[in-house]
Structure formats: structure tokens, C-alpha cells
Ligand binder design. Structure first.
Ligand code: HXC
Length: 512
């Protein structure tokens, strides 16, 4: 055999992973192989593999008899829409994609290269966890990856797809990346699986119910997105990346866009006259952004707040919006956490923020207080206050109490604050306020209900509007809803070169 043939033979073996039978098994589960995934994720023909011929070094349990090139993970780089990205894809056909010392070294190597070159990192996870035959060396390998996840955090975008098992401590690498996408029915994530759960708590639960895509997209919020299958998951990764820059020193690519009048009449009568009647904030979003450009994050989790990426005249923006359709758009523990995390993600990658406000306040009750609405609400307040990206607010209806301050008010550093003519900006709703400040007067009246109604109307007349705030400059402009898109396009264009310098410190201490 000549030298080229020797190489060709080795590469052919590497490309087969764990062999035809195991590839068939993988396909039978409705899953693609690691190599098929990488090729679908990246621009055709752009993948350059690094470490195809790496093998493990284990001799315990006769492991020297079982050697596969690549050692259960495919690593390298390629492009997505022409942009360089680094990728690792665990190969379930080799020892169930389990993580050995060398497998971890391969991942660490491309993580280091991604950071050095300022390019995003994408991990496709499909693994039985720590390589059982390697013991603590495998655990060390995980920790080497975790450490790098943290060092890379906020420097380059890190995206994780969960495309098979992800259990034990292995879940902490995806958890420390910026986004997690889970494939429905073929992936799961949990710290301890159903068997351990049964032993310790006596609960009977399936893998799917415990840690499938549905559980993590609705109950825990661990996953940001879900996809019906591998192909859609890989497509979503490409789409998600389009809203993000290469690294924290850059801004996301602005797509070409030709401006027209940008008047959107459908926004004019979207908010009902009755302040207690809900409407769908997603329709407001659709009326503002470039058509079809909304990528909602955490869609089914804490749906009293809506967050996601969109484009405004081709520019990538992040949207945080109260959702009157769910719990009247109130801020609670979960929605505050969700919005705070998204705000910080946008801020570290220079994605400007649009905050749409229709919030009656924070949710009262023992459940909320005992679950730390104070600390969790503070997360959102903190995240917005520290964000240095361009920040624009539109109050579409209610902005009451502390939630007015929290939802990107002028006072916490927003750049432009707009309100629609129907906005109500006050300490509390007219009824509650009247019951407190006019208590004696109402108590002394013959017809107490009529007096309350009269006082309520008086309070509403005085405060349930945007003009008091506009008089003080807390609102820069009261705008016609139909002009919102145009105003926002101009506002974000004006803010493009915004620079904020902060006092020197090691890092802030966000209430976690
Ligand atoms: C070595 C493993 C492996 C592992 C699977 N395999 N997991 N080899 N180490 N952790 C091998 C199997 O021996 C098998 O080899 C092949 O991968 C496919 O596995 P199957 O069991 O046939 O596949 P399936 O039925 O789909 O089940 C997948 C599975 C199961 C649910 C992941 O394999 C499993 O439970 N594995 C063990 C999981 C585990 O306990 N891992 C350690 C968790 S602790 P052959 O040769 O037959 O193809 C952990 C700590 C991390 O990960 C801590 C980080 C800080």
C-alpha cells in the first residue's frame, strides 16, 4: 500500500465511526450520525476536520482492543452563511458518544481555537456521559470543558444542541452556554436519571417526562428552543446564529434593507379600550419588526413575558415584552429570570434591546414572596440597568409601580422612551389607589360605591395617561402606534455608535 492509500484507509475508517451496524441503529432511532449533522449544519463542503485520527489511551478492561479513530467526537471548523464557526459533534456510534480523556481534549482544542480566533462554538451533544472505562480521567475531561465554557462566556457565542442523551454532570456544559436547543422525543437532559430518582424519591418517571424537550421547554426553562427532528434543530442553530455577532467585539451583521414609509396601520387599534381586556403582544411585535423575522426564545416557558430576536430594517434586535395575554403580563419569579437572562445575552453580544411594556406590576402572594420575587425581580432590574447596548422602550398600555421602573425606564438608563397615547403610568391602578388615598372620604359618603367610582375616575383622569411622565421627560415622546416602527428604526440607527464607559470593577454582583 502506498502512503496515500494508508491515509485514505485510515480516514475511511474514521468516517465510519462505530461501524455500519451502529450507524443503522442510530438511523433507526430517527437520529442522524454526527458526521451527517455537521455536514447539514455547515455550508456545503466547508467542514475541515481537526483530530480525525485521535484515539483513546485506555488499556484497562482490554480497551486497547476497541479503538475507533476520532474517539467518539467529530471536531473542526467550517462556515455558516460564510461565517467561521467551530463545531464538535459527539458520535453516539462510538462507545455511545461517551466522553473519554482524549474526547475531551479534542473538544477543548477547538474551544481554545474558537476563543483565539473570535468565532462562535457550536456543540452537538449525543452522549452516554462519562466513559465508564476511564473513571476520573473522564470527569477531569468534563471539568476541562466546563472551565473553558466559563472563560468563553460573553466572549464568543456558544450554542448547544441536545440530540440524544445528556445526563449527569454532562448537562452543565450546555447549561453554561448561551443557548440550548433540544430535539423532541430523541433527547433528554437530567442530573440523575429515572432509576436514581426512583431509588431516592420513590417517584416513577420516564426519561421523557423527567428531562425531555417538552419538560425543559415548559417546566424548567433549561432549553431555549426545541425542534421536531435533527434537521430542524440544525436549521434553527443556523437561524439563531444569524442574529448574533462572531464575538463580543463585533456587532451582528445588518442585512440589506430598503426603507419605505414604515407606517403600520394595524397597530392603531390593537390595544383594547378596556384596560382589563388582554391582547396579544406578539401582534404588536409583528407590527413593528421586519416581516417574519421574529425568533422567539423560551416560547412556552413563563409566557407572561415574550423574549426573542427580530430584525428592524435588517438590524438584529432583542425584544423583551410583557404579554397581557398571560397573567395580564404581570412580572413574577419565572418571567423575571427569563427576561433577565435574555437581556444579558443580548448585552454581551451587542444586540440592541427593544422593551415593550404593558405590565400591571409584580405578582403578589406567598408563593411569589417565598420563591424570591425580590431577588428574582432584582435580576431583571439589574440586568437592564447594567446593559450598555442601545435600549429603547415603548409603553403600549400599563406601566405600574416598581414594574414601571424595572421595564427599561429612563431612570435605569434607557436611551429612548416612547409611550402610546393610551399608556397609563402610575404607582398603582385607579381603584387600588383611590381606596387608599380617599379612604376617609369614601367611608363618610352615603353612597360609598358611587364615591369610589367618582374618585377612581378622578385618579384615572389625573394619572392613567402618559402625559405626566412626558411632562417630566421620563417619556421622550408620546407617539402614534402606527408610527412606532418608523420611530424605532430611526432611534436604533441613531444609537448605533452608542458608547458607555463604566467604572472599573472586577465584576458586578447580580443577585443570583
Ligand atoms: C462507555 C458507553 C457508555 C458510557 C453507553 N456506552 N454509555 N460506553 N461509557 N458511559 C456504550 C454501550 O456500551 C454501547 O456499546 C453503546 O455505547 C450504545 O449504548 P446502548 O446502551 O446500546 O444504547 P442505548 O440503548 O441507546 O442507551 C443509551 C444510554 C445507555 C441510555 C446512554 O447506554 C446508558 O445508560 N449508558 C450509561 C450512562 C451512564 O450511566 N453514564 C455515566 C453517567 S455519569 P456497544 O459496544 O454495545 O455499541 C456521568 C458523569 C458526568 O456522565 C460527570 C461530569 C462532571
Amino acid at each position: 500500500m502506498n502512503k496515500a492509500d494508508i491515509l485514505a484507509e485510515k480516514l475511511a475508517k474514521a468516517h465510519l465511526g462505530g461501524g455500519e451496524d451502529r450507524i443503522e441503529k442510530q438511523h433507526a432511532k430517527g437520529k442522524l450520525t454526527a458526521r451527517e449533522r455537521v455536514n447539514l449544519l455547515l455550508d456545503p463542503g466547508s467542514f475541515e476536520e481537526v483530530g480525525a485520527l485521535v484515539i483513546h489511551r485506555t488499556t484497562d478492561f482490554d480497551m486497547q482492543q476497541q479503538v475507533f479513530y476520532g474517539d467518539g467526537v467529530i471536531t473542526g471548523y467550517g462556515t455558516i452563511e460564510g461565517r467561521i464557526v467551530y463545531v464538535f459533534a459527539q458520535d453516539f456510534t462510538v462507545f455511545g458518544g461517551s466522553l473519554s480523556e482524549t474526547h475531551a481534549e479534542k473538544i477543548c482544542k477547538i474551544m481554545d481555537m474558537a476563543v483565539k480566533t473570535g468565532a462562535p462554538l457550536i456543540g452537538l451533544n449525543d452522549s452516554g456521559g462519562a466513559r465508564i472505562q476511564e473513571g476520573v480521567r473522564s470527569l477531569g475531561g468534563y471539568a476541562d470543558i466546563f472551565y473553558r465554557n466559563v472563560q468563553a462566556s460573553g466572549v464568543i457565542p456558544q450554542l448547544s444542541a441536545i440530540m440524544g442523551p445528556c445526563a449527569g454532570g454532562a448537562v452543565y456544559s450546555p447549561a453554561m452556554t448561551d443557548f440550548t436547543i433540544m430535539v423532541e422525543h430523541t433527547s433528554y437532559m437530567f442530573v440523575t436519571g429515572p432509576n436514581v430518582v426512583k431509588t431516592v424519591t420513590n417517584e416513577e418517571v420516564s426519561s421523557e417526562d423527567l428531562g425531555g424537550a417538552s419538560a425543559h421547554s415548559t417546566k424548567s426553562g433549561v432549553t431555549h428552543l426545541t425542534a421536531a427532528n435533527d434537521v430542524l434543530c440544525l436549521r434553527q442553530l443556523r437561524e439563531l446564529l444569524s442574529y448574533l455577532p462572531q464575538n463580543c467585539e463585533e456587532t451582528p451583521t445588518q442585512l440589506p434593507y430598503e426603507l419605505g414609509t414604515e407606517i403600520r396601520e394595524q397597530l392603531s387599534d390593537l390595544v383594547p379600550d378596556n384596560p382589563n381586556q388582554p391582547y396579544d403582544m406578539r401582534e404588536v411585535i409583528a407590527g413593528i419588526i421586519d416581516d417574519g423575522s421574529f425568533l422567539e426564545i423560551h416560547e412556552r416557558y413563563a409566557d407572561n413575558i415574550v423574549v426573542g430576536f427580530a430584525r428592524l430594517a435588517g438590524r438584529s434586535i432583542g425584544i423583551v415584552a410583557n404579554q397581557p395575554y398571560s397573567l395580564a403580563g404581570v412580572l413574577d419569579v419565572e418571567s423575571s429570570k427569563k427576561a433577565a437572562r435574555f437581556t444579558r445575552t443580548c448585552d454581551c453580544f451587542n444586540v440592541p434591546l427593544l422593551v415593550l411594556v404593558d405590565v400591571p406590576g409584580f405578582l403578589p402572594g406567598t408563593d411569589q414572596e417565598w420563591n424570591g420575587i425580590i431577588t428574582n425581580g432584582a435580576k431583571l432590574l439589574y440586568a437592564l440597568s447594567e446593559a450598555t447596548v442601545p435600549r429603547v422602550t415603548v409603553i403600549t398600555r400599563k406601566a405600574y409601580g416598581g414594574a414601571y421602573d424595572v421595564m427599561n425606564s429612563k431612570h435605569i438608563g434607557a436611551d429612548f422612551n416612547f409611550a402610546w397615547p393610551g399608556a397609563e403610568i402610575a404607582v398603582m391602578g385607579a381603584k387600588g389607589a383611590s381606596e387608599i388615598i380617599f379612604r376617609r372620604e369614601i367611608g363618610a359618603a352615603n353612597d360609598q360605591a358611587a364615591k369610589l367610582a367618582e374618585k377612581e375616575a378622578e385618579y384615572a383622569e389625573t394619572f392613567a395617561n402618559p402625559y405626566r411622565a412626558a411632562q417630566r421627560g421620563f417619556i421622550d415622546e408620546v407617539i402614534y402606534p402606527r408610527e412606532t416602527r418608523r420611530k424605532l428604526i430611526r432611534a436604533f440607527a441613531t444609537l448605533e455608535n452608542k458608547v458607555v464607559t463604566r467604572p472599573k470593577r472586577k465584576h458586578g454582583n447580580i443577585p443570583l
